[in-house]
Ligand binder design. Sequence first.
Ligand code: HEC
Ligand code: HEC
Length: 213
Amino acid sequence: MSRSLLKALVSSLALATAGLLIAAPASAAGDPVRGKVLGYTCLGCHGIESYKNAYPTYSVPKLRGQHAEYIVAALNEYRASERGHATMHAHASTLSPQDMQDVAAYLSGTEVKTAGSEPVGKPPAAVATCQACHGRDGVGIMGMYPSLSGQHADYLAHALEDYRKGARKNAIMAPFAAQLKPEEVQEVAEYFSRQKPSLQTVPKIEKALTASK
Ligand code: HEC
Ligand code: HEC
């Protein structure tokens, strides 16, 4: 697909999304206090700084600061095997829809907000199309678009490869990942991982949590 076609696709998707938002308001936020109990087991990987997935080796994604809505969407995709990862499939399969909302509220904590400041470092050309959804500084412009700012570069590159080879089946991301050249995958991954404000590893020791987020 050409880049201009992709740009047209971006604007029609943006419009379609705006329509969805009017038709279906986001469901009530989850309860982070309940989510903390459910999410204890998640910290074995997501609560350890720079923890690695084995075979293939890449960093476990940072979830603190991520949009809760996206976390729920990702869990549903692991559950439905639309993303191939055996451990995450097993974990997601134990969670009810309410559990997912609650665990997402806890893990995301305070979502990172765009600082509206200049991006860190010179953006590679390939990043221009991505910014329509993932923001200039990598902060997803809506809850369904993941924030990429400060995420581990090797995880981002791995995710992009999975969209490219169909191991992640997502109709929105597939064409954007497919049009990247192999060297661009690395460039955009490194670019987004440098951006601020940064996603964080979920801290193992939390300050007080309250049910009303
Ligand atoms: C054994 C380690 C391990 C455990 C335990 C674990 N995860 Fe994961 N998680 C991973 C890895 C590795 C990935 C990246 C998988 C991939 O490549 O798609 C991941 C991905 C995710 C993602 C997608 C993040 C993104 O940016 O797309 C979410 C959300 C998530 N995990 C939530 C959870 C929750 C909730 C639990 C607990 C119920 C949990 N994980 C337990 C290792 C783990
Ligand atoms: C039209 C909006 C849109 C555009 C444009 C877009 N993305 Fe995405 N991106 C998404 C959505 C939605 C997801 C979540 C897909 C899923 O659930 O797996 C996503 C997921 C991702 C992920 C996985 C993040 C994670 O935490 O696992 C990466 C990496 C990514 N996009 C990079 C890019 C790059 C690089 C570009 C430009 C070449 C791009 N995206 C363009 C909407 C977009």
